[in-house]
Design a protein around this ligand. Structure first.
Ligand SMILES: Cc1cc2nc3c(=O)[nH]c(=O)nc-3n(C[C@H](O)[C@H](O)[C@H](O)COP(=O)(O)O)c2cc1C
Length: 208
């Protein structure tokens, strides 16, 4: 019984910022993110942990005010992402350095570390009521050419960053979505002893 309530509490009472984050497909098309807040987002990214402290992440940032740069990132997006992502205030191409500077060989953890830095950025954004929608749906080869990426640097994702449209209630939408969105139950991916043995024994209620 104790275990059940503990698991259930953990399921619903996670850190409020984690609970609040979600990926919208609509943004306020005119509201810009000020330079100070943009700076905070990348400071948060900067302080992520990384293997050997390699910090293998880079970001190519385009704000909507600079329409040529903004269009350049739009141009590499896949069709399904173009329309809604164009409403964002800022688009960011994330890039991982695949070569380890300490050993010269391939850095197996580069993508992992970049993901951690984007998670930091996203959490900081959520604190500022700014939304981040990450995209893998872009043309990787075009990105390399358009942004003149050096060899061993790989484009990994595009981030659409912006505010929800005026009068959208961020907290209410997050609460509503949190109850609707689906996630795998813990017993499908947290194991003990060997692959597939659940660490948490869960009842049907806890799985929903
Ligand atoms: C690496 C990555 C790639 C993604 N690619 C796309 C994409 O191309 N288009 C899109 O609409 N959403 C994309 N998403 C958003 C996911 O669909 C979304 O995070 C997932 O459905 C969970 O929803 P939530 O972020 O609101 O919790 C991507 C997310 C990640 C982390």
């Amino acid at each position: 019984m104790m275990l059940e309530s503990t698991i259930n509490e953990q399921k619903t009472e996670i850190l409020p910022l984690i609970k609040k984050r979600w990926s919208p497909r609509e943004f306020d098309p005119v509201k810009n993110i000020c330079q100070e807040d943009l700076n905070l987002l990348f400071e948060a990214a900067r302080w992520a942990p990384s293997s050997y402290n390699e910090q293998p992440w880079s970001f190519i940032v385009a704000t909507k005010e600079n329409s040529d740069e903004f269009k350049k990132i739009i141009s590499i997006l896949m069709t399904g992402n173009k329309a809604w992502a164009s409403q964002a205030s800022v688009l960011v191409l994330t890039v991982a350095s695949l070569r380890s500077s300490h050993s010269g060989s391939e850095n197996f953890h580069a993508l992992y570390d970049l993901g951690a830095s984007v998670a930091n950025l996203t959490t900081e954004a959520t604190e500022l009521n700014i939304c981040v929608h990450q995209m893998g749906g872009f043309h990787h080869d075009s990105a390399k050419v358009v942004f003149k990426l050096p060899e061993m640097y790989s484009p990994v994702s595009v981030l659409a960053i912006g505010y929800l449209p005026e009068n959208a209630d961020f907290e209410a939408r997050a609460r509503e979505l949190f109850t609707k969105r689906k996630r795998k139950p813990l017993d499908e991916f947290v194991f003990r002893n060997a692959w597939g043995n659940p660490f948490f024994e869960m009842n049907d209620f806890q799985k929903n």
